[in-house]
Design a protein around this ligand. Sequence first.
Ligand code: HEM
Length: 141
Amino acid sequence: MLYLWLKAFHVIAVVAWMAGMLYLPRLFVYHADTPRGSIQSETFKIMERRLLKAIINPAMIVTWVLGLYLLWDGGWYVSGWMHAKIALVLIMSGLHGVYVRRLKDFAADKNTKPAKYYRILNEVPTVLMIGIVILVIVKPF
Ligand code: HEM
């Protein structure tokens, strides 16, 4: 029973983490086309910082902590699909690190990347998420 409750909270945290991982690069797309020092640019900085600190960071931590508990309690560490899922989740966590660096560039008015870069970056969490969900639901190997 505890396992199912924690799995429910794992999925809730996943939804919050993914919402942020998909929305933050969207903000970067619009921010990249905004003049430095403008009111819009300063507003984007606040939105980006709050999204990262209030949603993305805590949701990622909860996802990891509960996911590792489920992994241990369910004995899933022997399963092939779980190894593949961990690999994709590690890439997702690395992407999170990339976002943090880009956010710091924007905060210091030092962004050098065009909006197109952020449009492409926006696709990466989508592809990873599709792979992770298929692995955990279908458990194909
Ligand atoms: C951060 C590292 C993560 C670990 C260690 C982890 C591990 C696990 C484990 C062991 C389960 C239980 C599987 C079962 O009972 O069948 C689970 C469930 C689930 N995980 Fe994760 N997970 C992680 C991140 C993620 C991410 C990033 C996503 C989605 C993008 C995700 C989506 C899901 C879903 C949808 C379920 C429910 C599957 C079901 O009930 O059939 N997880 N996770």
